[in-house]
Design a protein around this ligand. Structure first.
Ligand code: ATP
Ligand code: MG
Length: 335
């Protein structure tokens, strides 16, 4: 049984102009200990998808369909009000969050309260959920600091006394407080230099192996995905364009968006490489393009791409691609 199964998940935001179609019919699975890389240009719905899984969606988000099955149980449906918004007051949601699924937030470097000592903030996070003594909570913080590589004597420092890398490590410690089965890390290393990024990723991987944790890592950085992920979801304008094992997708991509995004293919041990910039801009998600959402920017687009929504195609190489011409694109030939 997969640890996490996301099935046909569709999440829309209500705004004054109508709806933002942020996440459409997303499907993937993740096993314990596995890492999924979630990539795609800014605004394509990565964070929203992460929030949908961890049940942190804002009030104007409506779940329009789909399920999030965690350890064999649909965790999302029971958390919804009749109109599809989250019932944020349910104790079950709070139990699940942090204890089972925790999130390292995008921009987490600034997530600590500047006027409270960092260690104190982590102790509070422990004691919200666990009935432990202060001493026990402190011991846990020391243990976590060791794990993420922050010297113990830094516990009594304020956030501004930490370097960027240290703050990021402290955020990771915070996410690990309750030994979750799944961590969703939203751009965990984007603001760091290459050396610090490597060190932190190595740290995360070590911890992940030790506890057999699954991870979804959201990033703009191809090399991060190449180095840490087992699987990849490439997202565009709310949709998964390609999904599969990292090697299949990198070596034999069957989707024009993936190909354009990676701008030729990174080798798996490659240097840090940003996603390529593709001519044109991602579309508005209030009025997404007809047919295939990528067709206005796709160099392979044909008439059918404007008119018909493509279906997910499973290729003999194993991965799935949302493209009318998945096989031809994979073949690389003219068509
Ligand atoms: N609360 C909200 N209300 C309305 N629209 C929203 C809300 N939150 C996000 N959006 C919109 O939903 C879409 C997806 O946003 P999301 O933050 O998930 O993208 P992202 O892929 O994480 O982008 P980035 O790489 O910049 O972090 C965007 O069009 C965004 O403007
Ligand atoms: Mg985001």
């Amino acid at each position: 049984m997969a640890l996490l199964e996301v099935k046909n998940l569709t999440l829309h935001f209500k705004v004054s102009e109508g709806w933002v179609y942020a996440v459409e019919d997303v499907n993937f699975t993740l096993d314990s200990g596995e890492t999924l890389g979630l990539v795609g240009e800014s605004g394509c719905g990565k964070t929203t998808l992460g929030y949908g899984i961890s049940q942190l969606l804002p009030d104007n988000a409506h779940v329009k369909g789909g399920k999030v099955i965690f350890k064999g149980k649909d965790i999302l449906t029971p958390s919804l009000k009749k109109n599809g918004t989250l019932n944020g007051y349910l104790p079950a949601i709070r139990e699940l969050r942090w204890k089972e699924i925790s999130m390292i937030f995008q921009g987490a470097m600034n997530a600590f309260n500047p006027v409270q000592k960092v260690g104190e903030q982590i102790i509070e996070a422990i004691r919200v959920h666990d009935k432990v003594t202060r001493q026990e909570a402190e011991d846990r913080v020391i243990e976590l600091y060791k794990l993420v590589g922050i010297p113990e004597d830094r516990i009594d420092n304020y956030p501004h006394e930490y370097s960027g890398g240290m703050r990021q490590r402290a955020m990771i410690a915070m996410a690990l407080v309750h030994n979750p089965s799944l961590i969703i890390a939203d751009e965990p290393t984007t603001a760091l230099d290459v050396i610090m990024q490597r060190r932190i990723l190595a740290e995360i991987e070590k911890i992940q192996k030790k506890f057999n944790m699954a991870m979804i890592i959201i990033t703009h950085d191809v090399s991060v995905v190449a180095n840490v992920a087992d699987k990849i979801c490439v997202m565009y304008a709310g949709r998964i364009m390609e999904y599969g094992n990292i090697k299949d997708v990198f070596k034999h991509s069957a989707n024009p968006y993936t190909k354009a995004l990676f701008g030729g293919f990174p080798n798996l041990k490659g240097e840090r490489k940003r996603l390529a910039s593709i001519p044109g801009n991602p579309p508005s998600l209030v009025e997404p393009p007809s047919g295939c959402r990528f067709h206005p920017r796709c160099k392979y687009a044909k008439e059918i791409c404007k008119k018909e929504k493509p279906k997910m195609v499973t290729l003999p190489s194993g991965q799935q691609s949302l493209c009318h011409f998945a096989k031809e694109v994979q073949g690389g030939g003219e068509f």
